[in-house]
Design a protein around this ligand. Structure first.
Ligand code: SF4
Ligand code: SF4
Length: 349
């Protein structure tokens, strides 16, 4: 079983990119400690807890020789959040902005199945036994570093992995294994003098080229943060209710991006640029059913209500504000004290 065989099988299984990196201690891997020391991980304590393993794939799979990295395009034909304002179909004051990756099915579930199929095929094909672990985003692995050394792309100034032809709307997943596979050549950095992402970030979260202060990032504030959103940061949230795509949308490599025809990534009707008021008015049972099986379950219902309250406070939509003030026993998550505090803020604003 050669590297080329594995890549051919990965393409057959629906992965758009596949490359192989040696399981080495690349210099980029050591920056994590510095980043954690600066407090940029915020409340993501799991990052510190797994820092040792994240520093080297060989700490995850002892004796690892190779990291097989895959990339999967998830872009669809909907406008960018930065284009919604100029699209006559949408009223930008009313639209709830949701990160592109979360519109369809949960990529963890979809890609884990495909990656496990690839690993099962490898085990059947390999003449020698080997150890391996497969991860889709949730493993203690700095996958972008390995993706870069696997030739899939470079880590841009916006911290995303960018492929020169496909852009950065890519899910990454990987198999760490003890097989000594033929590696690919490292991809070269191609941001050049561009600084569009740093300039476009609404919160200044990209504090240096390629360095993200998560505590300022809307993706962190609307997804990872479990407590209240700091008041000083709420205005910058705008109408983002789950994540943020701005630093990818402005990237020159994402201006004519390929689109995926995969049914898994197509927007669910209720998450397809929905109105803030409509999302808020959904009873908890409906909201839960809407996000079930999507990546949006990570924020929990109270987190979504919290984000919706802030977004409505920032919108200029009187109907959404009216919705916020309507009391309903069908929305117990709205009665949560943290959510109530955000509602009061929104009404004042
Ligand atoms: S996701 Fe949004 S808030 Fe976070 S760094 Fe990118 S542009 Fe800034
Ligand atoms: S916007 Fe420019 S600087 Fe930022 S990641 Fe894209 S190419 Fe690099």
């Amino acid at each position: 079983m050669t590297s080329e065989d594995i890549k051919r099988k990965a393409r057959e299984l629906g992965f758009d990119l596949c490359g192989i990196a040696p399981a080495d201690s690349f210099p980029e891997l050591s920056f994590l400690r510095d980043w954690l020391g600066r407090g940029y991980a915020g409340e993501m304590a799991y990052m510190s807890r797994s820092a040792d393993r994240r520093a080297d794939a060989r700490a995850v799979v002892p004796g690892a020789r190779s990291v097989i990295v895959t990339g999967t395009i998830y872009n669809t034909d909907r406008p960018y959040s930065t284009e919604v304002g100029s699209d006559p179909v949408y009223d930008p004051t009313q639209v709830a902005l949701i990160a592109r990756y979360a519109w369809g099915d949960d990529y963890h579930d979809v890609l884990t199945e495909r990656l496990n199929a690839l690993l099962a095929w490898m085990r059947a094909e390999s003449r020698e036994p080997f150890d391996a672990r497969a991860y889709v985003d949730t493993g203690p692995v700095q996958e972008r570093v390995y993706a870069q050394y696997a030739g899939l792309g470079w880590i841009g100034k916006n911290t995303c992995l960018i492929n020169a032809e496909l852009g950065s709307w890519l899910f990454l997943s990987e198999i760490i294994c003890t097989l000594p596979l033929e590696p690919d050549t490292q991809a070269l950095e191609q941001c050049g003098s561009c600084t569009r992402c740093l300039e476009a970030c609404p919160t200044g979260a990209l504090v240096e080229s390629g360095v993200l202060d998560s505590t300022k990032c809307l993706s962190y504030l609307t997804i990872e943060l479990r407590s209240g959103i700091p008041e000083a940061r709420r205005a910058a949230v705008g109408t983002h209710v789950y994540g943020c795509d701005i630093c990818q949308e402005v990237c020159p490599y994402n201006q004519v991006p390929p689109r995926s025809g995969d049914a898994a990534w197509q927007p669910r009707p209720g998450l397809d640029l929905p109105r803030l008021a409509d999302l808020w008015r959904r009873p908890d049972t409906e909201l839960r059913a809407l996000v079930k099986g999507s990546a949006m379950t990570r924020a929990k219902l109270t987190g979504l209500r919290r984000n919706l309250a802030v977004a409505i406070g920032n919108s200029a939509d009187p109907d959404a504000l009216a919705a916020l003030s309507e009391r309903s026993d069908a929305r117990p998550s709205a009665d949560d004290e943290m959510v109530q505090e955000h509602i009061r803020w929104a009404v004042r604003r």
